[in-house]
Design a protein around this ligand. Structure first.
Ligand SMILES: Nc1nc2c(c(=O)[nH]1)N[C@H]1C(S)=C(S)[C@@H](COP(=O)(O)O)O[C@H]1N2
Ligand SMILES: [Mo]
Length: 322
């Protein structure tokens, strides 16, 4: 089954985009010709995103209401201090080892408990959406944090189009498996491919975001191109990168870090200053980019988003469900 997508005209493609990737543009021109007249509701902004090369500019609307006021980290910090074990376990590895990764063309397979399933081009996923910018705090389980201006769209917008059935209680996400392109997958650091999951209410929450860009530019490979999850109230490992599969399930997915070390990483992974990692404290955090002499800041429950999300966990023991 396919999405019902609005039609496009080659004239929607700006000259700036045209030279970025001629092959893809030609594909669009052919599709435009085949579909004939332009339908209503086409987002030129989204379309520009779909044919852009990594690093190319995206058009977006800032979402101030869902952004924090802290000044964002530099583009340099955000793109050179990364966890992406598919490209090495040092934080400086992904920027170097992901250089030749090919994020386009890209397909996402949707299956499980949903009415609309199949294999969708990244372009078909983006076409009806308009992009927004949200400045979120990223809190890593290693007790550091960053502030990142993401460009993307709410995951809920995407999920609705797949029409999950009443049996869909969770959503599972899977990263690309490609040891040829991802050298980290040649070592058994984790069980590959990387898998993450959310409960359906977490996935549908307005803060849960799919990022396709950072600082208004298409995601660099090391940040999870061409699309990755961002769940701002959870530890960073929940925010799975370079997603190729979305599966709706009745049972709780087995996420990679929980499988690797069940006593250290759980399924929920909500940022919680009062539940320490067995090997270090979660009470404070170090802001990347600041002075090394700067005081560590107190970690906020749910990474500062308690007001919006604490109700999702009413009645749950968050020490047991860490
Ligand atoms: N596929 C995949 N996704 C991943 C990871 C990974 O190793 N592989 N690392 C996670 C961790 S631990 C963090 S902190 C964030 C970092 O995201 P960033 O590089 O955009 O800051 O990505 C998460 N997503
Ligand atoms: Mo992390």
């Amino acid at each position: 089954m396919k999405f019902e997508t609005p039609r496009i005209l080659p004239s929607d493609i700006t000259s700036r985009d045209l030279f970025l990737d001629r092959r893809r543009v030609l594909r669009y021109a052919a599709a435009g010709a085949a579909f004939g007249a332009l339908g209503a509701g086409v987002s030129g902004r989204a379309l520009a995103a779909t044919i852009a090369a990594p690093g190319a500019k995206l058009a977006y609307t800032p979402n101030a209401a869902l952004s924090i006021k802290d000044p964002p980290n530099s583009y340099e910090d955000i793109t050179t201090y990364n966890n992406f074990y598919e490209f090495g376990t040092d934080k400086s590895d992904p920027a170097v080892q992901a250089r030749d990764f090919k994020p386009l063309p890209w397909k996402v397979t949707v299956d499980g408990e949903a009415e609309v399933k199949g294999s969708f081009d990244f372009e078909d996923i983006l076409r009806p959406l308009s992009l927004e910018e949200r400045i979120y705090r990223l809190r890593c389980v290693e007790a550091w944090s960053m502030v990142i201006p993401w460009t993307g769209f709410p995951l809920a917008e995407l999920i609705k189009r797949f029409k999950p059935t009443s049996k869909a209680k969770y959503v599972e996400f899977t990263t690309l498996m490609s040891p040829r392109q991802m050298p980290g997958q040649r070592s058994p650091v984790l069980r590959w491919p990387y898998v993450e999951g959310l409960r359906m209410d977490e996935a549908m929450h307005p803060l849960t975001f799919i990022a396709v860009g950072v600082y208004g530019q298409m995601l660099p490979n090391q940040n999870g191109a061409p699309l990755r999850l961002v769940v701002p109230w959870k530890y960073g490992f929940k925010s799975i990168k370079s997603i190729v599969r979305i599966r709706f399930t009745e049972l709780q997915p087995k996420n990679s870090w929980q499988v690797a070390a069940p006593s250290e990483y759980g399924f929920f992974a909500n940022v919680n200053p009062s539940v320490d990692h067995p090997r270090w404290s979660q009470a404070t955090e170090r802001r990347i980019g600041g002075s090394l002499l700067a005081k560590r800041a107190a970690t906020l429950p749910f990474n500062g988003y308690a007001e919006q999300v604490a109700s999702l966990y009413k009645g749950m023991d968050l020490r047991r469900n860490f």
